[in-house]
Design a protein. Structure first.
Ligand SMILES: Nc1ncnc2c1ncn2[C@@H]1O[C@H](COP(=O)(O)OP(=O)(O)OP(=O)(O)O)[C@@H](O)[C@H]1O
Ligand SMILES: Nc1ncnc2c1ncn2[C@@H]1O[C@H](COP(=O)(O)OP(=O)(O)OP(=O)(O)O)[C@@H](O)[C@H]1O
Ligand SMILES: [Mg+2]
Ligand SMILES: [Mg+2]
Lengths: 228, 312, 312, 228
């Protein structure tokens, strides 16, 4: 589903964010991306979205080598990739329903598809009763659920999450992890960058550890770190 | 890729409303600059029409009677350029020995040539051009002089000869008009140019602000896989709209200005304004040109803005 | 609160450079709009000078000889307004019985009044006004007629009477000029107004973009306790700079335009342009006014922008 | 040093962020502000900075009731309050040195004061050797040290920190906590909002817990939560 083949990424200013990284993630896996700050986790995810180009190496997503993708095809790549971030990135002037529907509208889905899929996914994330609220009327955990609903409404093959619980308290974090687990169980591949020792150690899924841009550990049913 | 019409209209109008002040300034500036462009073009056309006969430095026209014989015509020609030159065509010919020393060159405008000129001069009155045949019109000799001040004396020499209908030379007003028009056109185009720059920057800015106001929406759109086209179209339409509305305003101002000008020159018979006539047909074609220009400015400005600031 | 000069200069110039395109457009638009304002003002002054004598609807002036006697003067007055009105002052008086039926009103301009007018008419030539005393100048009667077309016939009646030096009435050119000038001034001010709006929006925008480009710096400044003054001053100076540079360009354009206009009207003696004279003193005072206006626009625009978009 | 007296804060949209909150923090204390996401921690800190106005109640900072402060005096209030955030808020086009010096320049400190104080504070945070680096050449932990240096260079009475370790890995987090502890030992009052169970439980300082805008616990030498 996802393959990194000797990928190197250097930002201008000669900062090496990824160095000869290799990884192979199968369909349906749940993978934690860990490592100290600046080790290249966000870069790993941005490369998958083709928000950045690698300097060397090849990247496959869903069987396609994305380095060869012409730029007008990038939107279609992104429709296979749901995305969740630490800061939610909801539109403040749209309701919960509108925020989720927006993701379908802008890729040109017809109205009746939107009208069936949005309530369905809001039911899944447990917000069926708050469809008309605005983001700032919700708690952080609820906002992140909306963001997950938006990422998932198009039934992507892969869900990418960059520190989705970074702003949340431990109780809320647990709820979000349960939701991601449920989404993973539907067959969606989940890749999640995180600093949260507690959840990595509790979930015991595959862990890829980066350090200064290199993959230093790739462990099935791993924990946050040897030292931590 | 369903880019539905109501989505695009809604987005575009929201954009414009959000930055209505900048959008308004952009439209007004487009309008003003295109009014100058259109005004200068109309003025140029008016002057060209009023002075068509005097193009290429012609300073004297000898109209022959439509009933004049070839020998009468030849006698006049001989008087001007000397007996050694039997005939002249549509290219100017300098006089040989025995010609008039005041004459620099002469060319011949036959009836077809006169008819063409007649149509230009009367393009605003199709009924006249329709009932007039080339054979109704006189042939003529077009004379360039060594010195424009000699026109009256040379005219006196040639007039009242057999076969000559009339000898005319440009009045002071027309020759002044020719000189003034060059200057005014230059100034108008300079002003129009500065204003066009301002207009494009204002449109660019309006789009930039619209993009900025929607940067969160745009980033979410990119994230969930909206196509570039889908993201760009509302912004580009916004620019187009501003350009077109501005140019329509310019068209209106031109039409209004022209009619005001006409009524003014009818009341105050300056030689200057009287000599100019601007047909409504001219206003229409220039208006169309102006709208095309406005659309081009709007589309161009927004395309640049979308390229530079949207980064899709 | 050490707001050091080099800090302010550095910040302001960085701001301007960063958005040089918008800043340039703003300055050009300020320049153009103020050129129209200044041009209209100069034109108005020129027309006012050329037509000072004909203000308030005066259609005929009877100049008396400087050597004329009071009885001669009184005889002329009686002829116009009838024997029942022994004298008139600086207020118009309608004729009584026995006066001329063509006359609507008459007032008297004594030597002091004439001297004042003389100075206005010759303000661009101080050497003449310096050597001329009020007693060198004629007193005169200013006459408004029932109908302007009667001016020549009335003038013939009054001329060559004892004590009368000359009877003058405005030429066709001057009366045309008066009518045309109203129209052109209106158009100029309309254009100037539209352009002023565009200029202010452009300045506002330039500042808005400058603020936006520095929003991170501004938020840090607020956080660590910089005063509002410290944050605002560079942005306000930026607007002021744009306004002042634009108005200086306008001043230059006005000076250039005036000299070009003069050389043009010296070469082409239209009655129209010939009647106008614009002194370099007028250009200077109008230029100063224009710079003040430019500074006001710049400061005003930036103040609004800082208020609206800086939120300090 | 800091006192909240029945403070209530409602955002437009009738979101109650603080409800009748009371707190009294003495000079030199180190206080953790904990509570679920949306419980009002950031609002608490923003009220101290006078970035927001309370709807009811009174707030004292350094002996002054800040509700009565006229707006032109707010900058002078803020010079007593150093601030650190989750996202660092450094200026990317300025070096480490310039970022710290900027804080002194914009409050009009003379050049010689800047030239002595900046190296001193960079020494304190352990970045004496990286003065000429740009933020994106630094790790997250190092960037947060720069932010702390900038907050502290003016020797404020109080240091406010809103989830300063939210973006950092556990190792880096420890370093930052040590630094804050050292700053606290110089007599500076520190108020820190956090979700990090590990550090709150390890440090054992005063804990104020908020829930739906109310102070539900105020405990000396407390832990993150009863349940967690
Ligand atoms: N746009 C950019 N320009 C320059 N350098 C960058 C950029 N984005 C990231 N970097 C640098 O690349 C390196 C890796 O960054 P990245 O964001 O991938 O790390 P991360 O593992 O996500 O860190 P964190 O845990 O702090 O989010 C860092 O040194 C960072 O400073
Ligand atoms: N600018 C704002 N406008 C409207 N509502 C706001 C605003 N800022 C915060 N809120 C709301 O006020 C409440 C408290 O917010 P606050 O940011 O203080 O919580 P917090 O404890 O810092 O949460 P977190 O742990 O997620 O940072 C929340 O419900 C939030 O949605
Ligand atoms: Mg990251
Ligand atoms: Mg918060």
């Amino acid at each position: 589903m996802i393959r990194f083949d000797n990928v190197t990424k250097t930002y201008k200013g000669s900062v090496v964010a990824l160095r000869d990284a290799n990884a192979d993630i199968q369909k349906g896996e749940f993978v934690f991306l860990v490592g100290p700050s600046g080790s290249g986790k966000s870069t790993f995810l941005r490369l998958l979205l083709k928000e950045e180009e690698p300097d060397a190496g090849r990247i496959w997503v869903a069987g396609k080598q994305i380095g060869k993708l012409s730029s007008w095809k990038v939107p279609y790549l992104r429709r296979n990739l749901g995305c969740v971030f630490q800061d939610f990135r909801l539109l403040p002037n749209k309701t919960v329903y509108e925020n989720v529907a927006f993701a379908l509208q802008v890729i040109g889905r017809p109205r009746h598809v939107i009208a069936t899929q949005v309530p369905q996914v809001l039911e899944l994330v447990g917000l069926a009763k708050k469809t008309d609220r605005f983001p700032n009327e919700l708690s952080g955990g609820e906002q992140q659920r909306v963001a997950i609903a938006r990422a998932f409404v198009n039934r992507p093959l892969i869900l990418l999450a960059d520190e989705p619980t970074g702003n949340l308290d431990p109780g809320t974090t647990q709820g979000i992890m349960k939701l991601l687990d449920r989404i993973n169980k539907t067959g969606t591949t989940v890749v999640m960058a995180t600093h949260d020792v507690v959840i990595v150690n509790a979930m015991r899924r595959r862990v890829i550890e980066l350090d200064h841009g290199s993959v230093v550990r790739d462990q099935a049913r791993g924990i946050y770190g040897y030292g931590a | 890729m369903a880019l539905s019409v109501d989505y695009v209209i809604k987005e575009t109008s929201t954009n414009i409303w959000r930055n209505r002040m900048v959008a308004l300034a952009a439209m007004l500036t487009v309008a003003l600059s295109l009014t100058f462009v259109g005004g200068a073009l109309l003025f140029k056309q008016g002057v060209a029409k009023a002075t068509a006969r005097w193009e290429g430095g012609v300073q004297l026209v000898v109209f022959m009677e439509t009933t004049s014989t070839p020998s009468e015509s030849h006698a006049i020609l001989s008087q001007m350029v000397g007996p050694n030159i039997p005939s002249v065509g549509s290219k100017p010919v300098a006089p040989g020995s025995g010609g008039m020393p005041q004459v620099k060159s002469v060319w011949h405008c036959d009836q077809a040539c006169t008819y063409k000129e007649f149509k230009t001069l009367n393009s605003d009155d199709p009924t006249i051009t329709a009932v007039t045949k080339p054979s109704d019109l006189p042939q003529s000799y077009r004379v360039q002089l060594q010195n424009g001040n000699q026109a009256p004396s040379v005219a006196r020499l040639l007039n009242h000869q057999p076969g000559v209908q009339d000898v005319v030379y440009p009045s002071k007003a027309v020759s002044d008009l020719l000189r003034l028009s060059k200057f005014l056109q230059g100034v108008s185009f300079l002003i129009a140019f500065v204003l066009l720059v301002a207009a494009i920057v204002l449109i660019l800015n309006a789009i930039r602000l619209a993009i900025f106001a929607r940067r969160k929406e745009v980033s979410v759109m990119k994230l969930v896989g909206a196509t570039n086209w889908f993201i760009q179209v509302p912004f580009m339409l916004e620019g187009l709209f501003q350009g077109v509305v501005g140019s329509l305003l310019a068209w209106g101002a031109m039409a209004l200005g022209t009619s005001k000008f006409e009524s003014l020159s009818n009341n105050n018979p300056f030689a200057l304004t009287q000599a100019l006539t601007i047909s409504s047909h001219d206003v229409f074609t220039t208006g169309l040109l102006v709208v095309l220009l406005g659309a081009a400015i709007g589309a161009g400005g927004s395309a640049v803005a979308v390229r530079r600031f949207l980064d899709v």
